[in-house]
Design a binder for this molecule. Structure first.
Ligand SMILES: [Fe+2]
Length: 494
């Protein structure tokens, strides 16, 4: 994270004597990135963090990609009963897409974690689709719930305790999620760095001078949940910490509880951001995908497509235009709502659109969207600069019809052979586009036009000089706006 935080007990200065109640020194650990020139935190352990033993190899996490020479649109349907629950928070992760920079997995765990885990090769961004629980980390506790992004940086030791899901009197889960039989704890989309880089907010949203989120950012510090108490477990015994590095998981043993930190401070720690706290940037005309960007790492970005007001130009096309994202592959994970520009997409679907192939609205969706003013769509997108490849698991849930889903009548009645562009002398070859007036007395905010019964505009004391309000003799603002029908006729009707 870009900004400084702290929790627990700290000595007044770094690298000085700091003693436990029994007089023994706490063990200081600098937890640093980029050769100790990047974000770091300083922690104080009850026990020296070096006292680990018993390492043994458990399993490989190397991902095998398939069809690496096939470039086509893909639709991976992971919703419903297609992905049976298996493993735990870590071993249940099923990688579906990835490359040398990131891996995307969906996890539907069947059991609780019985150990602690440390990802020593990448940052983890877990998007909690369904379910809730507690993430206990060496830097404090984070309670998570649906639609949270849980960011766990490389090296942080943690474990997960899921809440129990329950059925209501109607026999359906009280959290509105999938059946408990299929999804006993929850469902998570994981985006993990495979290139060792770190996941953080887009740099353009953070001040280079102060690290503060800037005013044009769609979220800020107040939206982030940072670790809280409980922080410290002072227990001796046999504790397993599974460490992922070099595409292998090793089992290490600690003779004390691995979450034995009594205090830490710095700019490197896990945190939560809930997607509902993302304030979408909207516009008069369609805004491009970067306005949805929420996080970034080296060679990929993570975006949030959230419920929002749609474009307000009277002739705006509300669904995204056809586009070629020439330098990126795009994967979208559909969370909820009706995704306006796509048909046949389910909750839990992933679509993959490779660079080199234009994509855009499905047939019929443009006309169908024109009168809409709001979208309830919710999706998480990961765009990568390097080509993404599917895994065998993704192919098992592949919708083979998807690449052809743009075929068919986009605009029924469209004729061909009728359009011949040539200069007509008056328009320099450009077609005239009619522009309609969309302001009216009903929809323009004009606060000083209504005089309250006390005669004071806005109910406040009348200013000494009326010049600061509406000018004497001027017409109220709303009446100065000529409705479209009274002004110039739309050029298209001339
Ligand atoms: Fe796209």
């Amino acid at each position: 994270m870009p900004y400084y935080s702290k929790l627990g007990l700290l000595p007044q200065k770094r690298h000085v004597q700091f003693r436990r109640p029994d007089g023994v020194l706490y063990s200081e650990e600098l937890f640093g990135t980029e050769g100790f020139t990047g974000p770091s935190s300083t922690m104080y352990h009850i026990h020296p963090p070096t006292q680990v033993y018993g390492w043994k190899k458990l399993y490989s996490t190397a991902v095998e990609y398939v069809e690496t020479d096939v470039m086509r649109m893909r639709h991976t349907m992971t919703g419903g009963p297609r992905m049976a629950a298996k493993g735990d928070w870590v071993t249940g992760q099923v990688v579906l897409y990835g490359n040398a920079d990131c891996e995307m997995a969906v996890c539907n765990p069947a059991e609780q974690m019985k150990y602690h885990f440390k990802n020593g090769q990448g940052d983890e961004c877990h998007f909690i689709h369904f379910g809730s629980g507690v993430c206990h980390t060496m830097m404090g506790t984070l309670r998570f719930g649906p639609k949270d992004y849980l960011i766990i940086p490389k090296g942080v030791i943690y474990t997960i305790v899921w809440d129990k899901r329950k059925n209501g009197p109607d026999g359906k889960p009280t959290d509105g999620g999938p059946s408990i039989e299929n999804t006993p704890f929850g469902r998570v989309l994981l985006i993990e760095t495979a290139n060792g880089s770190h996941i953080g907010p887009p740099r353009r949203y953070v001040s280079k001078d102060t690290s503060q989120f800037l005013e044009h950012s769609p979220y800020c510090e107040r939206d982030l949940k940072i670790p809280e108490y409980p922080l410290t477990w002072d227990e001796k015994g046999e504790f397993e910490v599974r460490i992922k590095a070099r595409n292998l998981v090793h089992s290490y043993m600690y003779h004390y509880h691995p979450l034995d930190v009594v205090g830490w401070d710095g700019c490197y720690y896990p945190y939560i951001f809930n997607i509902d706290d993302f304030a979408p940037i909207t516009g008069k005309l369609h805004m491009p995908p970067p306005i949805h960007q929420t996080f970034e790492a080296h060679n990929f970005v993570i975006c949030s497509f959230c419920p929002r007001m749609l474009d307000y130009h009277p002739q705006a096309i509300k669904v995204p235009y056809n586009h070629s994202n020439l330098d990126s592959d795009e994967v979208l994970y559909y969370v909820e709502g009706n995704f306006g520009s796509r048909k046949g997409i389910e909750v839990g679907s992933l679509t993959a659109h490779p660079q080199g192939i234009p994509h855009g609205p499905h047939p019929g969706t443009i006309e169908a969207s024109l009168s809409a003013t709001y979208t309830g769509e919710l999706a998480v997108m990961c765009d990568t600069f390097r080509p993404l490849h599917p895994t065998k698991a993704a192919l098992k849930m592949d919708d083979e019809k998807y690449p052809a889903s743009w075929q068919g009548e986009h605009f029924p009645g469209l004729t061909s052979g009728q359009i011949h562009l040539q200069k007509d002398g008056s328009s320099n070859g450009h077609a005239k586009v009619p522009v309609f007036e969309h302001r009216s007395e009903a929809n323009v905010w004009a606060p000083n036009t209504v005089e309250p019964s006390n005669g004071h505009a806005n109910g406040r004391s009348k200013p000494a000089s009326s010049k600061s309000g509406p000018r004497a003799g001027s017409k109220p603002a709303s009446k100065t706006i000529a409705p479209a029908s009274k002004g110039a006729k739309p050029s298209g009707k001339r």
